[in-house]
Structure formats: C-alpha cells, structure tokens
Design a protein around this ligand. Structure first.
Ligand SMILES: [Mg+2]
Length: 258
C-alpha cells in the first residue's frame, strides 16, 4: 500500500499510451483517479504543442482538459513570466511552437534569458552564437528538458541536453531545466495544486526521471511502471528506489487507500 497522496502526477508516454495507442484500460483508470484526486499529466515532450497532445489523448478516450497537461513549454511560460524573463534568445524550430508565442525574441545584448527549445539537428554552430553571446552578457539559460538522447527512426540521436550543455560550456554558466526531473517543475506544480510536494505521487515508466529524479526533487512517493521504456531491473539501478513497481497504470488504484 502507498500512503494516500493529496495529488497525482502521471507521465503520458509509456504510462498512459504507447505510440499512438492507449495502454489497455488506462482510460478508465485515469477517469477513476481524476474523480478522487487532483490530477496532472506531466510530459517532457517538446516536439508537439500541448493542444495536439490534448486532442490525441481525447481521441483515444481520455477524459482530460488541456489545463491538466503539463509540458515543459507550459512550465517555461509560468516560470519565465513570473521572473520577468520572457524575453531574449529562443532556440526553437519545427512544429513546437505555438506554445512559445509568449516569448519575445530580442537581440542578444537585450536578452534576459536564453530558452533552448530545439535539439537543433539542422542548426550550425554559428546559429547558436546569439545564445552564447546572450549568456555571456548575463542572460539566464533555460532548457525545456535536459535529456541526452532520444530514439528517432530506430537511431539514438542527441536531445536538448547536449545543446544546453554546449551553450553553458561556452558561456561558463549553469542552466535551469524546466522538464522532468527538475525541482522547479515539481515545486511549481505542487504550489499550483496547493499541496506540499511531499504529499504528491508521481507515476511513470522512466526510472531515472519519473522516479528517482522526482523523489530527489522532493516528491513524496513515486511508482515505476513496467510498461513503455521500462526494462527488467530498472528499479535496481536507481537511488532512491521506487515506492512501488507495478505491471501497469491499471494496478495503481489497488495500491491507494480510499
Ligand atoms: Mg514515459
């Protein structure tokens, strides 16, 4: 049994869906959980706008509102606007970026921030020069997530993390991550849900980011699912260990006290 949480955060890919299909009976489970707990779906996806993610989930039968979906873009907006840093150099391309329309692009000399929102595969190093110039001038460096690699058409390719690392190394600065497992993400979500992070439950298929990272960031309990990217023994390679390991999201309600 888990302790009764005051709010639940669910990963999307590999937890509720795999590819373009829902995990068996996940829709009913989400409906059940949403009836009893404040619920947010938390994803590190940066390649698709939030509206598209919401449409896809609704088409699969998940009864969720777009406001319940938390993407790194949504968090970036909250955090940067609250800090008055929603202006500067944006590294973005592709379809992401109706969700970044609030960010005002400026010359590097006038930047308050640099926001890394693309894995920049078609960019040249010279295209990153404005970002480096901005951080050298004192702009704060943010990245939508700091994953090292992702799989595209069967090949492992670099994700946003290496782009952030490139700019940070050249500019001799640190970066703030806005995706899982950023403490900034979990703290902001807990504040919005008006519960302490220690009473939040996170559920996902990524042992490092959804489980160990969430627990290290102050989330009270984290459950690892043996679906999606889970590989046998993942729970043994992480510290802290998961609060529980389940075969599927469908098994979660049985572990939760009424
Ligand atoms: Mg996942």
């Amino acid at each position: 049994m888990l302790s009764r949480p005051r709010a639940i955060l669910l990963d999307i890919d590999g937890c509720l869906i795999t590819g373009d299909r829902p995990i068996a009976r996940a829709t009913e489970t989400v409906t059940h959980l949403a009836r009893h707990w404040p619920l947010r779906l938390v994803t590190n996806t940066t390649s698709r706008p939030r509206r598209q993610i919401a449409d896809q989930l609704r088409a699969m039968g998940f009864g969720i509102d777009i406001e319940q979906i938390i993407t790194p873009c949504a968090l970036a907006r909250q955090v940067l606007v609250a800090r008055g840093e929603q202006r500067g150099v944006l590294i973005a391309d592709g379809a992401g970026h109706e969700d970044l329309a609030w960010f005002r692009r400026t010359a590097p000399e006038e930047a308050c921030s640099v926001l890394i929102a693309s894995e920049a595969h078609s960019w040249r190093i010279a295209d990153l020069a404005p970002a480096v110039k901005a951080v050298l001038g004192g702009a704060r460096l943010y990245t939508l997530q700091e994953n090292r690699l992702f799989r595209r058409a069967g090949e492992l390719v670099t994700d946003l993390g290496p782009v952030a690392a490139f700019v940070a190394y050249a500019g001799r600065c640190a970066w703030e991550n806005l995706g899982k497992p950023s403490p900034l993400l979990f703290e902001t979500l807990a504040a919005e849900l008006q519960v302490p992070a220690s009473e939040v439950l996170m559920v996902g298929d990524d042992a490092e980011f959804d489980v160990a990272g969430a627990l290290r960031a102050g989330v009270g309990q984290a459950v690892l699912l043996r679906t999606g990217k889970y590989r046998s023994g993942d729970e043994d390679g992480i510290d802290p260990r998961p609060s529980a390991v389940l075969d599927s999201i469908v098994d979660l309600p049985r572990l939760l006290p009424d």
